[in-house]
Ligand binder design. Structure first.
Ligand code: ATP
Length: 270
């Protein structure tokens, strides 16, 4: 069971240079996750506790998982990921045990970064979620809180959680000693989008005259994940046309396609 819900990666291959437009967020993650792993003495000398857990919140596809992976990479830590939804829906009755396993695995692999995606699936306010009244979900959340509370000697384990639904969270998980450091990860602005285009076209054969500033301007509302999809689609348009160089028009067509695809997905999920 463990292996199927947990993704365990020794030092994942994502670095800070792969992340665009999140300078402040990166800085905060470095201070709150990287520093305590690399210089635990600094906190001890000054006499403060490092934050217990860090919560990243913001829209889908903005780089939350990337941030967590990059910090694990930077600190040569094992990256252990689990999705809240899988914790409670995949193996009914196993949620609390899986949480225990998660921390056991982290202790076996120190230094480790535990990343819990979709934390809202196990930590929604009772009034707002249909499932949170579910005893199973409650038990899973209690187990998580007790692991965190009883985690005095946290050693070389850091915990990061992520959510797209900050408003839905039970405030109990945000108390001191739990997820007490909140970092908002928003969609990129103009400048951020341009940097993200640069990052994702690094290895692409892009024609002279492709204007990333213009593309960034056109792709308003795009997340980092959308921009990644646009770059791949643009490459597909070039291939279909039997070209090896990607032109401005390919990017325009790709952006249209990515938008159309996401409208379609919205319709399906309604
Ligand atoms: P979700 O909430 O849906 O889990 P997320 O915020 O964790 O999303 P990621 O998994 O980090 O999003 O991003 C998905 C992909 O989108 C990344 O693998 C990367 O290719 C691209 N991406 C997202 N944000 C950025 C960014 N800021 N810079 C560069 N690439 C990005």
């Amino acid at each position: 069971v463990r292996a199927r819900v947990m993704e365990v990666t020794e030092s994942p291959e994502v670095s800070y240079e792969d992340i665009g437009g999140l300078e402040e967020q990166m800085q905060e993650v470095r201070e709150t996750v990287e520093m305590p792993l690399e210089k635990p003495d600094a906190f001890e000398d000054v006499g403060i506790d490092p934050p217990s857990g860090v919560l990243l919140y913001g829209p889908p596809g903005t780089g939350k998982t990337m941030l967590a992976k990059a910090v694990a990479n930077q600190t040569d830590a094992t990256f252990i990921k689990m999705a809240g939804s899988e914790l409670v829906h995949k193996f009914i009755g196993e949620g609390a045990k899986l949480v225990r396993d998660l921390f056991d695995v982290a202790r076996e692999h120190e230094p480790a970064v535990i990343f819990i995606d979709e934390i809202d699936a196990i930590a929604a306010k009772r009034t707002e979620s249909k499932t949170s009244g579910d005893a199973e979900v409650q038990r899973t959340m209690m187990q998580l809180l007790s692991e965190m509370d009883g985690f005095e000697d946290r050693g070389e384990i850091r915990i990061i959680a992520a959510t797209n639904r900050f408003d839905m969270l039970d405030r109990a998980i945000l108390r001191p000693g739990r997820f007490d450091r909140l970092i908002e990860v928003p969609k990129p602005n103009d400048e951020g989008r341009e940097i993200i285009f640069d990052i994702h076209t690094r290895d692409m054969n892009v024609a002279d005259g492709v204007d990333f500033a213009q593309l960034a301007d056109d792709a308003e509302e795009a997340s980092g994940a959308d921009i990644k999809a646009v770059c791949t689609e643009a490459g597909m348009f070039a291939i279909r046309d039997d070209r090896t160089e990607i032109q401005m028009q390919d990017f325009h067509n790709a952006w249209e396609k990515v938008q159309a695809d996401s409208d379609e997905t919205d319709d399906i999920s309604k």
